[in-house]
Ligand binder design. Structure first.
Ligand SMILES: Cc1cc2nc3c(=O)[nH]c(=O)nc-3n(C[C@H](O)[C@H](O)[C@H](O)COP(=O)(O)OP(=O)(O)OC[C@H]3O[C@@H](n4cnc5c(N)ncnc54)[C@H](O)[C@@H]3O)c2cc1C
Length: 488
């Protein structure tokens, strides 16, 4: 760099123009004060949008699609390199588009979640990326359908849909702060290799699973740490039919569904085995590593999800405790594959084909919203005068079922972050009640919440109003127009 270039660059840094670039992150060691480092302030470049969606996971993808399709200038910020979130990393199947009709003789089958969630399935069907809504042939007290996905196709298909809808998709970018104007969010601070920037908008949707944006904005939250964390793996070079026969032989098979697999219908796409019933070596060892024997697949020779669980003693927001857990889970993954190789016929040459980039949890932070859905609301099948969709699945069926195999309503008020004027929340961060959460956290419910919050955020931006001023009639009309199903 010659002298003229150097002085020009010094001037730009002085003016804060380069604050968003790598050079803007070079700071002086002299700013240390005892055990603290005083980070100097700097000017960040500002970009302006109508709607910011933080987190491109299960709920966030749908929220951003819904907002952009309402005509809102929408940005979706995701710290991993792809959309999809826990739906592509943690779970076994998308629970559930239907009511639990099979467990209730005489109750009619009805698809209760439609809209954008169903559109994603339609797109996946075209690329062979799903089992379709495969009816359970065994264990239907637990679920009536199994909608299994090819997780890699899910990431691609949703990415393409977002770009087609005109969403500004910012992957490999983290939401690192909230810019507040009283109880109103003015913008978020985002950070990527292109630098640190301020992204302004009128409305915001927090879909980060842990409620990062809500927490930055000062919302109240709790961290119950009442579930195991998990890093599930995909296992290749296996034989689905032979696993079925093995589980059956040991009277350990409790669930089965048949659907599309490797382009052929009527194939096994879901199996659940009770590890405790498996012969000593396998059953006991699987128990020690927190292995769950539920898997889905949409390919021959592949188990899409085998879960390894670990209960942490502290909340998974603790960086150092998470580092230990990540290592332990990876050891458990290796052990799991060794067990399959040793005990399950057809799996002698099995290998780990996929892991999650980081551990997953069912609840991290729970954000306080204007209304907290109770377990009674869920199992009594209550609907509200501000329902934004209907939902009919419970993770803990058959212990807990929704009355008469019906549905309950997700009310708009349960998605409004308490105390913040222009912030909505969608996904696993809502619902404090642990048993109610066993319903609302499921992927398809998160997707429904995504469509509701994205639509609402766009309407608020259009009408220049806060989330509490939005007319419910307008929200309902837009949701119905976009194929959301209602029962009330
Ligand atoms: C082990 C496990 C098994 C499960 N099994 C099932 C199942 O079989 N069926 C089912 O229906 N449900 C299942 N669930 C529940 C369900 O998968 C989750 O509740 C749901 O996917 C959560 O969706 P979400 O949108 O809230 O979060 P996510 O899908 O996790 O999305 C959050 C996104 O935000 C991003 N993000 C986070 N913080 C930031 C930040 N600061 N800046 C930018 N981006 C950020 C993340 O990278 C992620 O992509 C399971 C959950 C777990 C953990």
């Amino acid at each position: 760099m010659d002298r003229r270039d150097f002085s020009k660059q010094s001037l730009l840094v002085g003016l804060g123009v380069l604050a968003g670039s790598a050079e803007g992150n070079r700071v002086k060691a002299a700013n240390q004060r005892g055990n603290y480092y005083a980070e100097p302030s700097k000017n960040l470049p500002v970009r302006k949008f109508d709607v910011v969606v933080a987190g491109a996971g299960t709920a966030g993808v749908v929220a951003a699609l819904a907002a952009a399709r309402q005509g809102a200038k929408t940005i979706l910020i995701e710290w991993k390199g792809y959309p999809g979130g826990t739906a592509t990393e943690g779970g076994t199947a998308l629970h559930s588009f239907y009511n639990l009709w099979k467990a209730f003789p005489g109750v009619k089958k009805r698809q209760v979640v439609k809209g954008i969630a169903q559109e994603i399935i339609d797109r996946l069907i075209k690329v062979g990326g799903t089992s379709g809504h495969a009816e359970m042939s065994m264990g239907f007290n637990y679920d009536s359908v199994c909608t299994a996905i090819d997780v890699e196709m899910y990431k691609l298909v949703t990415f393409e849909m977002l770009v087609e809808a005109g969403v500004n998709v910012c992957v490999n970018t983290i939401v690192a702060g909230a810019i507040m104007d009283g109880s109103r969010i003015r913008g978020v601070i985002a950070e990527s290799r292109s630098g640190r920037e301020a992204i302004y908008a009128k409305s915001f949707v927090d879909c980060t699973a842990y409620g990062d944006l809500a927490a930055f904005a000062g919302a109240k939250y709790t961290e119950p740490n009442d579930y195991a964390v998990c890093n599930s793996i995909g296992i290749g070079n296996v034989d689905v039919e032979k696993l079925h026969d093995y589980l059956k032989k040991h009277d350990a098979l409790v669930q089965r569904a048949e659907g599309m697999r490797s382009g052929k219908d009527g194939q096994i796409v879901r199996l659940q085995g009770k590890t405790a019933r498996l012969p000593d070596g396998f059953g006991r060892e699987a128990g020690k590593i927190g292995m769950s024997m539920t898997t889905t697949t949409v390919h021959d020779n592949y188990f899409m999800f085998i879960k390894l669980n670990l209960k942490m003693s502290v909340s998974p927001t603790s960086r150092d405790a998470v580092a230990k857990a990540e290592l332990e889970l990876r050891k458990r993954q290796r052990k799991a594959v060794e067990l399959f190789r040793k005990y399950v016929p057809g799996c002698e040459k099995a290998f780990i084909a996929r892991t999650s980039p980081r551990l997953n949890i069912r609840r991290g932070r729970l954000i306080e919203c204007d209304y907290d859905i109770s377990h009674e609301d869920v199992i009594e099948g209550r609907h509200f005068d501000d329902d934004v969709f209907a939902y009919g699945f419970h993770d803990s069926a058959p212990r807990f079922q929704i009355k008469n195999g019906g549905t309950y309503g997700i009310p708009y008020k349960s998605l409004r972050v308490a105390g913040i004027e222009n912030l909505l929340a969608a996904g696993m961060m809502i619902t404090k009640d642990r048993r109610a959460h066993m319903s609302t956290r499921n992927t398809v419910c998160c997707m429904g919440q995504g469509q509701a919050t994205g639509t609402a955020a766009a309407l608020c931006a259009k009408n220049n109003c806060g989330t509490r001023e939005l007319r419910y009639a307008d929200l309902r009309e837009s949701l119905e127009k976009n194929k959301v199903y209602f029962e009330s």
